[in-house]
Design a protein around this ligand. Structure first.
Ligand code: PRT
Ligand code: ZN
Length: 223
């Protein structure tokens, strides 16, 4: 509805932990969909709303550039990209969605010498969330080195790449399997409904509000 479209677009993770619950929520909010042949789009059949299926990391950017008006993404991804993006307009979190719950936590080797967050000073911490970690370290006035790893963060201490890690945790099983123990929480996260910061026309604004209200209704069990 930016760029002259006459239908709203909502970006959802194509395949991953948030995919099923996101589509389920949209259905409970009353949307009916039909998949495109290439499976990249779901066409809304009863409202002028389509779903774009993408990697979760692409969702904040799609909202910032206005290619999508709404998106469902983890708060961790949204906040990381907002902090990393500096002054650029950031997507607006409208609603917490009650699924995809996890925490970004600092974990250290079991039985090691790191006992409190103060002990992290001067050490290396591996993470895929460098902006969130750096922001937390600044707030705690701890000077530590942030080591960026794209994946398998939990094995970094064993490989000697870092003394500690900062990664997402839900059940804690991955940390336990890697002889790591949680030291502290950096961010509590869950899936959120986020909106583009770009100005929209009246029709799009109305549709965003209508959809937001339907989703809120579905969450409270009234939808
Ligand atoms: O392909 P795409 O880029 O879209 O997917 P992805 O692989 O980046 O994301 P995905 O599907 O793994 O996660 C999507 C979102 O789910 C995350 O951004 C979080 O908001 C949320 N979420 C909730 C989690 C977890 N729980 C979670 N446990 N994301 C990842 N994990 C990983 C964690 O990184 C660690 O490797 O699961 C492991 C720990 O789990 P436990 O249960 O052993 O503690
Ligand atoms: Zn991702």
């Amino acid at each position: 509805m930016n760029d002259g479209r006459d239908r709203l677009r909502i970006a959802v993770q194509k395949s991953g932990r948030l995919s099923e619950a996101s589509l389920d929520l949209l259905r409970r909010a009353g949307l009916a969909f039909r998949a495109s042949r290439d499976k990249l789009f779901l066409y809304g059949e009863n409202l002028p709303v389509d779903v774009l299926l993408v990697r979760d990391d692409d969702i904040p950017g799609l909202l910032v550039e206005g290619s999508c008006e709404l998106g469902i993404v983890g708060r961790n991804v949204l906040d990381e990209q907002r902090l990393a993006g500096g002054e650029a307009a950031a997507p607006v979190a409208l609603l917490d969605l009650g699924f995809g719950g996890c925490r970004l936590a600092i974990a250290v080797p079991d039985g090691g010498t790191i006992e409190s967050i103060g002990d992290l000073a001067g050490l290396r911490i591996a993470t895929s969330y460098p902006a969130l970690l750096a922001d937390w370290l600044r707030a705690q006035r701890i000077e530590a080195e942030v080591v960026l790893l794209a994946g398998s963060v939990e094995i970094a201490p064993r490989l000697g790449k870092a003394h500690a890690i900062c990664d997402l945790v839900s059940s804690g099983a991955t940390l336990a399997a890697n002889q790591l123990r949680e030291l502290t929480t950096v961010l509590r996260s869950e899936a959120v409904l986020a909106a583009s910061p770009r100005p929209r026309g009246a029709a799009a604004t109305q549709l965003v509000e209508r959809l937001g209200a339907r989703i809120a209704g579905a969450l409270s069990g009234a939808g």
